[in-house]
Design a protein around this ligand. Structure first.
Ligand SMILES: Nc1ncnc2c1ncn2[C@@H]1O[C@H](COP(=O)(O)OP(=O)(O)O)[C@@H](O)[C@H]1O
Ligand SMILES: [Mg+2]
Length: 459
């Protein structure tokens, strides 16, 4: 197998002909050959080879070939030559799976449109990359009516074969558990098309994955899935406070921080639609009754977790988002870290709830002084170890993770949550923009790796 970067051009000839520059013929080891098969994603077409005199790596596709394999545009892509199959594959063809409320050409992916455009803009420099929604797939014909980005930054639609890899950013947790989406994933897997990440994680799924892995589990606060009232009470007796949170929740919704003050009662903090609430109950039973009447069977999806006393700045707790990616060599890398400072009286550190964002250096030097660097270094090592453990115990491909980490005053690191489709709000911080770009580059690099369009021995 050999890999070459080249410029793809179109010609108007109707035949199945490909014109190849001399140096490219040599690199692809096609000297003296009359025919080759060209491949894009799941499409393959035979083409007659015509050598041309031109310096550099150039490929001119006649319209017969171009239509035969749905080449979306001219530009620079990789060529992967598989001599045994007499085949040259153009690509990779990368599909970004998402969805949105409408299929308008301006905002087809709702609030995710900006990120998807950023990904397509970077990606099209070295691949064929498009975004699509589940309804754009035609499984009978094995084609997708994708959204491509033109040079002026607008979307246009183009039908292409099934891609070489799918980066999954489907936005709805609920939709993802439905039969059609499960089928969709199975269909990609059956065709051996790498699909990452598989789906959103539930908190309890991740805690369970790590349960028997002592090296990783020591970073997870003690947690019980669907606890009985007695188990909650028992945890409260052993820890000064607990977090009671929905396993499939996000953005701090439905989270309670429960503490017990002897002789005074039980205190519950939570977020209301506007502002934060603090409620006192004189007995444990009255507290549980209130939660039960508010959530009913919904509490079955809750987890109770040992509360961690987070380090604080200006009297406000801080925790950390570690944004992790797999790179072009299939190794986990910490690509960006945001320190999140809770808003006054808030049970979580979410920006939406009055929190603010700092760089990890700012936060840790204020919390630990000169020990900050050392704590950060250890937290990064822990993040990599945890990502490796989650990946090892999970049955499907994972290429990206967003950890919510807490650190206590003894410098112990705790993992509250691992997100399989991490949000990107930390990258809006002016000092984390470069990390945001690095994140996009890592996604693309990892796509190259998964599609074998990246040499395994490349530096
Ligand atoms: N066990 C805990 N101890 C202390 N703080 C916690 C604990 N669990 C969650 N938190 C706080 O609540 C925030 C939200 O919790 P998380 O598990 O990430 O849920 P969500 O899915 O809503 O983001 C965390 O970032 C952290 O600030
Ligand atoms: Mg979280």
């Amino acid at each position: 197998m050999s890999l070459t970067f080249c410029n793809v051009h179109f010609t108007q000839q109707p035949q199945n002909v490909v014109y190849i520059s001399g140096s490219l013929i040599k690199k692809l080891k096609l000297n003296g050959k009359k025919k080759v098969h060209l491949r894009l994603g799941g499409d393959r077409v035979p083409a007659a080879i015509k050598p041309i005199q031109k310096s550099g790596n150039h490929l001119y596709l006649a319209s017969g070939v171009r239509r035969g394999i749905h080449i979306p545009s001219t530009g620079s892509v990789y060529l992967r030559s598989l001599q045994q199959q007499d085949e040259v594959q153009l690509g990779p063809l990368i599909g970004v799976l998402s969805d949105g409320p409408t299929s308008s050409l301006t905002q087809p992916f709702g609030s995710r449109t900006g990120f998807i455009k950023q990904l397509l803009k970077e990606g099209k420099k070295q691949s064929y990359i498009f975004a699509f929604t589940p309804k754009d797939i035609n499984w009978q014909q094995e084609t997708i009516n994708g959204y491509f980005l033109n040079d002026s930054g607008s979307f246009y639609r183009q039908r292409v074969p099934l891609p070489d890899v799918v980066y999954n950013r489907l936005p709805s947790r609920r939709a993802e558990t439905t039969f059609p989406i499960q089928m969709l994933r199975e269909r990609f897997i059956r065709r051996k098309i790498p699909f990452f990440n598989w789906s959103f994680f539930n908190k309890s799924d991740v805690y369970r994955l790590l349960e028997d892995d002592a090296q990783a589990n020591k970073y997870v606060p003690e947690s019980i899935m669907n606890p009985s009232p007695e188990q909650i009470k028992d945890m409260l007796d052993r820890h000064s406070f607990v977090y009671y949170k929905p396993s499939g929740g996000s953005l701090g919704k439905g989270i309670y921080r429960i503490s017990y003050v002897p002789k005074t009662g039980y205190f519950v903090r939570y977020r209301k639609s506007v502002g934060n609430a603090l409620q006192r109950f004189s007995t444990f039973n009255s507290l549980i009754r209130t939660l039960q009447s508010r959530h009913g069977r919904g509490l079955q999806g809750y987890v109770v977790q040992q509360g961690i006393r987070l380090i604080e700045i200006d009297g406000c707790p801080i925790d950390f988002r570690f944004h992790m990616h797999k790179d072009g060599k299939n190794q986990w890398v910490v690509v960006g870290i945001g320190a999140k400072k809770a808003g006054k009286g808030s049970v979580t550190t979410h920006i939406k709830n009055g929190g603010s964002l700092l760089t990890p250096e700012q936060a840790l030097s204020r919390a630990f002084g000169s020990r900050g660097d050392e704590v950060l270094k250890r937290a990064k090592q822990t993040a990599i170890k945890l990502a490796e453990s989650i990946e090892y115990h999970h049955r499907h491909l994972i290429g990206e993770l967003g950890f919510d980490f807490g650190i206590d005053k003894d410098e112990q690191i705790w993992m509250f949550e691992a997100n399989a489709k991490p949000g990107r709000s930390i990258f809006k911080h002016p000092q984390l923009r470069a990390e945001g770009r690095a994140s996009v580059e890592h996604i693309l690099e990892h796509c190259l790796y998964l599609t074998k369009f990246r040499r395994r021995d490349e530096p």
